[in-house]
Write a protein that binds this ligand. Structure first.
Ligand code: DC
Length: 221
């Protein structure tokens, strides 16, 4: 058994997983893995190279060959800072579409597991608890009402100076939820031993505290 603990935080798009994972990792002094970034990086690389969304083998190859560097808050693709570029809706949507290809997911598996370093890892995504770190001692399934998530995403984009329409975001988000949940390969679903946390009516700080409280109980055993 791997002695390095992992807190897996899975959930639908815009449920706040990323922010919660970063703050929990900061509080514990652990590393963090934003697994969605790897799917987004693959999507961005595909867009730039003009790889068709139907070309599963070429996409899996692009995932296997990703030249990526995570450095503090920034993400580099082939040395270029793409931290903001991968957050565009177009990239997120393509990431969700190509994430259904099993070979592409396999190509990213070891890359994700390599983030597991002492003293611990907080990993966020869709299949952290079910596929990538099935032995994680704490698995959180973070949910929030679609309307609450659309509002958060809207605020995030506006703050970044990107224009956005809340109704379109809500539609997009529902489509992405459906695709992430219905795909055959590693669909979005809670692991059997996951604890569901609904953040619809919680602040970010309260959500982080709830995860830290769960960890405190588990790590005391
Ligand atoms: O978490 P995110 O919105 O950045 O992820 C973008 C897409 O990548 C998401 O719609 C589905 C895919 N993804 C996945 O299939 N598995 C993960 N562990 C993380 C993301």
């Amino acid at each position: 058994m791997n002695p390095i603990p992992v807190i897996a935080i899975d959930g639908p798009t815009a449920s706040g997983k990323g922010s919660v994972a970063h703050l929990v990792a900061q509080a514990l002094g652990w590393s963090v893995l934003d697994s969605g970034a790897l799917y987004r990086l693959t999507a961005l690389a595909a867009l730039r190279r003009g790889i068709a969304v139907e070309d599963a083998p070429a996409l899996a190859q692009a995932a296997a060959r990703l030249d990526v560097r995570f450095q503090s808050e920034c993400i580099y693709l082939k040395g270029e800072d793409v931290t903001d570029a991968i957050r565009q809706e177009q990239v997120g949507n393509l990431a969700s579409r190509i994430a259904g290809y099993p070979d592409l997911r396999r190509a990213l598996l070891e890359r994700q597991r390599a983030f597991r370093v002492a003293p611990g890892l907080v990993a966020d995504g869709r299949d952290m608890g079910t596929v990538v770190f099935p032995d994680a001692p704490l698995k959180v399934f973070l949910v929030a009402a679609a309307e609450a998530r659309a509002k958060r995403r809207h605020k995030q984009l506006i703050n970044k100076g990107i224009s956005a329409n809340i109704e379109e975001l809500l539609q997009d988000l529902r489509a992405r939820d459906a695709r992430d949940m219905q795909r055959a390969a590693a669909p979005l679903k809670p692991a059997q031993d996951a604890r569901e946390l609904d953040s619809s009516c919680l602040t970010l700080e309260q959500t982080v505290q709830a995860v830290l409280d769960m960890w405190k109980v588990i790590s005391a055993y």
